[in-house]
Design a protein around this ligand. Structure first.
Ligand code: SAH
Length: 267
């Protein structure tokens, strides 16, 4: 089903797993509503019909729904609530809330990842809450919405650089940085594009990418510096820890929540 829907879906498909293990999986694809959308839907319907003919279990009905762009934006906005994580209060730009003693991060992440709601982002924010960032040189690799970079700038970091291989993310990061009145240098790129040494490097990406850029991360870490890596699934932890150990980095702290591990490494 993913293959069939993936042929027409914009940027692949989404698979929603059931909460109840005996429940049904839902496979979704989003199509651009253009002149040939109807033809595409018909093709999907035909292909799913053929799939049934292979005698696989029942695959359910195809349902098609039209989504208005404004409606989609509104739904998404309604689900983005202010959230307190460690020393920070992450809030959408359109909501005014009393921050109390928290450091406020105002975000409108658009299409870029990093609303502060993902467990890996939260683990990084908790790690930052425990650190004294005053005058520290910080690099945020895979900055996304720039949430972590902004958090560092707001907690007194001296110089903050954010890089991301996704140009769209960098564009949205720029807007978020401006919104928060933070001074952060942003570039399209990765760890290999960093210049100089950093007291703190953050990289909330995914294990496979972390492993690939591990030597570059290690190269740019100042003596006594800290490297915070997240996006690691619990079963990948050993392999990642071993990869960084190969560059002389060992874990001094560890955060583990909902299958995700965040490691704080140093030389
Ligand atoms: N730092 C944010 C966003 C994390 S999502 C947060 O903590 O919430 C991971 C981001 O890493 C994405 O924006 C993705 O484009 C970027 N990315 C993926 N592989 C990368 C790589 N090899 N180098 C740099 N950025 C990468």
């Amino acid at each position: 089903m993913s293959e069939i829907l993936g042929r027409v879906g914009y940027n692949g498909v989404a698979i929603e797993e059931p909460l109840d293990p005996a429940g049904l999986h839902l496979v979704k694809a989003y199509l651009v509503h253009d002149r040939v959308a109807r033809i595409r839907v018909r093709r999907v319907r035909d292909a799913l019909g053929h799939l049934q003919a292979f005698g696989l279990g029942p695959i359910g009905d195809l349902s098609v729904r039209e989504i208005r762009e404004e409606a989609w934006l509104e739904t998404w906005k309604a689900s983005f609530k202010p959230i307190r994580v460690g020393a920070f209060l992450v809030r959408p730009t359109w909501l005014d809330v009393d921050p109390g003693d928290a450091t406020v991060l105002s975000l409108d992440p658009g299409m870029a990842f990093g609303t502060g709601l993902h467990p890996t982002t939260q683990a990084c924010l908790r790690a930052l809450s425990r650190m004294d960032l005053t005058a520290k040189r910080v690099a945020d690799v895979g900055t996304g919405s720039a949430i972590l970079a902004i958090a560092c700038a707001k907690r007194g970091a001296g110089a903050v650089v954010g890089v991301d291989i996704d140009a769209l993310a960098v564009k949205e990061a720029r807007e978020n940085v401006a919104r928060n009145g933070a001074a952060i240098e942003l570039h399209v790129g990765s760890a290999a594009d960093l210049e100089g040494f950093f007291d703190l490097i953050l990289a909330n990406i995914v294990a496979a990418a972390l492993e690939k850029i591990a030597p570059d991360l290690a190269t740019h870490l100042a003596p006594g510096g800290r490297l915070v890596v997240a996006g690691i699934i619990a079963t990948e932890e050993q392999e990642i820890a071993a990869a960084f150990a190969g560059y002389g980095l060992r874990a001094v702290a560890r955060d583990h929540e909902a299958d995700w591990v965040c490691l704080e490494l140093t030389r």
